[in-house]
Design a protein around this ligand. Structure first.
Ligand SMILES: [Cu+2]
Length: 156
């Protein structure tokens, strides 16, 4: 009986020791992980005017649309001036190429605008579609918008 108590005591002592060691290991690993994660923050490549510090949406995967422009229309997957549909809160990325002529892609309500590109050049813009509604995207070069170079951005 006494023998059994000693064995039980011994096992409990061992478990305590193991638990303490486990906790120490977890603290070290956790601390190192936290330190490594922190050291990565702030070193990210920003690459654009849409980078928001302290914006968790920034980590969201962007919904990407590949759009081409020519005189005087936008084309996406073979469709002219297509409706671009997203959900409220989505991060939207427009990858825009001018197949011919001088063009850009713009939506005023989200202050989203690519730079103007010419013949075969590409550019892109990212923005958060933070309000619902139907908005017009368009080309701001010359009279292109009036000539029909526009379409709908629908945020649901
Ligand atoms: Cu244009």
């Amino acid at each position: 009986m006494i023998h059994n108590i000693y064995i039980t005591q011994f096992i409990i002592n061992c478990m305590n020791k193991n638990i303490i060691i486990l906790i120490i290991v977890l603290l070290i690993v956790g601390g190192a992980g936290f330190y490594i994660l922190n050291s990565f923050k702030g070193t990210g490549v920003t690459g654009g005017a849409t980078f928001n510090v302290n914006d968790k949406l920034n980590n969201q995967e962007a919904k990407t649309f590949v759009v081409n422009g020519e005189n005087f229309k936008f084309i996406m997957n073979g469709v002219n001036n297509p409706d671009i549909k997203v959900k409220q809160g989505d991060k939207v990325r427009i990858e825009f190429t001018s197949t011919s002529g001088f063009h850009d892609w713009k939506v005023d309500e989200f202050y989203a605008a690519t730079k103007q590109v010419v013949d075969g050049d590409s550019t892109s813009v990212e923005f958060i579609a933070d309000k619902k509604g139907t908005f017009e995207y368009y080309c701001s070069v010359g009279q292109h918008r009036a000539n029909g170079m526009k379409g709908k951005l629908i945020v649901e």
